[in-house]
Design a protein around this ligand. Structure first.
Ligand code: AHR
Length: 662
């Protein structure tokens, strides 16, 4: 049948009797959903999460400890802490060192010597301390008294102007180290509070492992996560959680690579290291960025389980970041790295009578975490990656054939390295290949057909890190604007259409503190109390919560709909009910009229549920003040007969859930 292209009749008709223009009449573009041609199954892992401790995503973010440098283990042991002297208030802070011989991750502690009343120390938190009125905060600390003078003291939470929000007396200390707990309830909400500990007379005390932790955490867990941020993640119903990165896996040097074994066990025993984003960007220096690992591998597995997401840990493969030092572990010295991978499988899945399974059980999770995938390296390239990947693959597939391996093809979306790595990984029969692209919104629109011609056999694709960059990769001017989000939506229709090849995808990075970020754009932004999803977040949400079981072809003029007249589309079917889920992206700056045809005998039951994201302004943003400027609106539209009309608003992303008869 000859189909007529969409023509807007720019007629400004005047309605009879009313002196106002009637909307322009357009010939609808025919969009055919082949309900009779269900294709590939869409993997439950199709839409997931990429988490990295960047932008204060862990400490200062998901991990809600309020005190920075709580054990004085930063290389500058007093970073984040300051003395509270004043007129006629005197004293001294001394950093005490237990000594290297002990090899303790907790070498330092603080000696507070007050010569007068009122001397103390304050902590600035993570760009301030977020406190909610009436909420309970547990202040815990280890301390002892030095000398005969018994020191009395107080902890106080102050607002930005020095007003007292909460205060409590310090308990009586003894000359032995002991753990103490106090509860503080602020009288008002404050996003940038300060924590103060001071003595009410001359005396000497020693302090270590101070912690101010909200009682309200995700699922009420001790050492638990920030609930509003986890809720935003849970609302995405992610199919997997990739952790802990990203480049953080690699480290600028091997010395500062991510080592999962140092992130499990008692939080106080986890050895702090510098965060690789501390020094990465001159435009956003964050000298106070360290990893306390309060959020470590156990917590990542637990979070994956809570979210109903498959855990996907990424491990260092014996290579430091190739944009930085590019240090390599010699091939004959890789054993400890491979052993880390084997032990991680033991930690996640091993029986409780094994070394690592026992540790997992002792941390509170006797049942296995059911780990099914591991990533070998992050964004590596060159022969040196392939050689190392081969060592891991040989050993892991021999010992754990049940665990799939994710390999990478470097940081770029195409090019000589990319082609070389794909060729070699195909030869090596890698299970899943992780591609990254941080490119312009136009690239995303132009590449909605990227996977249409990828080979259908061989490794599956994991679109592991992607985000449209409004200016350029790593530019501090990048914004999470609507044009970027809409272009990603156009691109994602191509991921869904190619579910036969693409089995996983994730936007990156995930989280950013508005006052402490290094990288932009990001999916979710937050301050010390509030958080909001970007337009990109809502695009992800509409895809992940409307996944469907099986791909249905969507055609216009006999071709997959990937940009004709600015329209992109994908469709899927729910197997049990036959319900059709149609996603329509209109990138044009004007509405598009469409006639939706359901072929193969499927007939809409009469109405369809619609979720709509739209904004006429491509530069539009969400913000802490206007968190839902661009957020899905839901309603019900009429959808009767096998052909029905739908008008795609300008610059919009529509999801139609169409129940069908028969
Ligand atoms: O997402 C930010 C960074 O971009 C990741 O750490 C890295 O893998 C990529 O280069």
């Amino acid at each position: 049948m000859k189909l007529v292209a969409c023509i807007v009749l720019a007629a400004s008709l005047v309605a009879a009797g009313q002196n106002k223009p009637v909307a322009a009449v357009a010939t609808p573009q025919v969009i055919t959903v082949r309900a009779d041609r269900p294709g590939a199954a869409i993997a439950p892992t199709m839409f997931g999460l990429f988490f990295e401790d960047i932008n204060f995503g862990a400490d200062g973010g998901l991990y809600p400890e309020r005190l920075k440098n709580r054990s004085f283990e930063f290389p500058d042991p007093l970073m984040g802490w300051k003395a509270m002297p004043g007129e006629r208030i005197r004293g001294e802070l001394q950093v005490m060192d237990r000594g290297e011989a002990e090899k303790s991750p907790n070498r330092h502690y603080l000696r507070l010597k007050a010569a007068t009343t009122g001397y103390g120390v304050w902590n600035e938190g993570f760009r301030g301390i977020g406190l909610e009125k009436g909420a309970a905060y547990q202040f815990s600390f280890r301390a002892r008294q030095i000398g005969a003078d018994r020191a009395r003291g107080r902890v106080v939470l102050l607002d930005v102007s020095g007003g007292v929000l909460a205060a409590a007396e310090l308990p009586e200390l003894t000359d032995r180290w002991k753990l103490y707990n106090l509860t503080l309830k602020p009288a008002a909400t404050e996003a940038r509070a300060r924590f103060v500990l001071l003595l009410d007379g001359p005396g000497i005390i020693e302090l270590d492992e101070l912690s101010l932790f909200p009682q309200e955490t995700w699922k009420g867990r001790k050492n638990g996560l920030r609930p509003d941020l986890v809720q935003l993640l849970a609302d995405l119903k992610p199919g997997f959680l990739r952790f802990p990165g990203g480049c953080i896996v690699e480290g600028r040097h091997l010395e500062t690579r991510y080592r999962w074994k140092q992130t499990v066990g008692e939080p106080a025993g986890r050895r702090l290291i510098v965060n690789r984003w501390n020094t990465e960007f001159r435009h956003r220096p964050t000298p106070d960025y360290y990893q306390s690992f309060g959020l470590g591998f156990y917590e990542y597995f637990q979070l994956s389980e809570d979210l109903g997401a498959e855990p996907l840990p990424i491990l260092n493969c014996g290579m430091a970041c190739q944009f930085n030092s590019a240090e390599l572990v010699p091939l004959d010295a890789l054993d400890p790295y491979v052993q880390d991978a084997l032990d991680l499988i033991g930690f996640a899945n091993g029986a409780t009578n094994t070394r690592w399974g026992r540790l997992r059980a002792s941390m509170g999770h006797p049942k296995p975490f059911n780990l099914k995938m591991i990533g070998i390296g992050n964004e590596q390239w060159g022969e040196q990656y392939i050689e190392r990947y081969e060592v891991f693959a040989r050993e892991l597939s021999r010992r754990h054939p049940e665990v799939k391996l994710v390999s990478g093809v470097g940081p770029f979306q195409s090019g000589r390295e990319f082609d070389y790595l794909w060729r070699r990984l195909r030869e090596l029969k890698s299970d899943i290949v992780d591609e990254h692209y941080y490119l312009s919104p136009k690239w995303f629109r132009d590449n909605a057909g990227r996977y249409d011609n990828y080979p259908r056999s061989g490794p599956k694709v994991f679109a592991g890190e992607y985000a449209a960059q409004s200016v350029a990769i790593a530019s501090p001017e990048n914004r999470n604007n609507w044009e970027c989000a809409l272009s990603e939506a156009a691109f994602i229709t191509g991921l869904e259409r190619n579910a036969e090849v693409v089995t996983m995808s994730s936007y990156a990075p995930l989280l950013a503190h508005v006052d402490a970020w290094q990288w932009t754009p990001n999916l979710i932004w937050f301050d010390n109390l509030r958080a909001f999803g970007t337009p990109n977040y809502y695009v992800q949400k509409l895809f992940s919560t409307n996944r469907g079981d099986r791909v249905l072809p969507v055609l216009s003029e006999g071709e997959p709909l990937r940009g004709r007249n600015g329209i992109y589309a994908s469709a899927s079917r729910i197997d049990d009910s036959g319900e059709i889920i149609l996603k329509l992206v209109n990138t044009a700056d004007e509405p598009r009229e469409a006639e939706i045809r359901l072929s193969g005998g499927a007939e809409p039951a009469g109405t369809a549920r619609r979720s709509l994201l739209s904004d006429p302004d491509p530069a539009a943003l969400n913000s802490l003040e206007e968190p839902r400027r661009i957020a899905p609106a839901s309603d019900v539209i009429e959808a009767t007969g096998r052909n029905f009309r739908y008008s795609l608003p300008a610059r919009s992303f529509t999801v139609l859930r169409i129940p069908v008869r028969g």
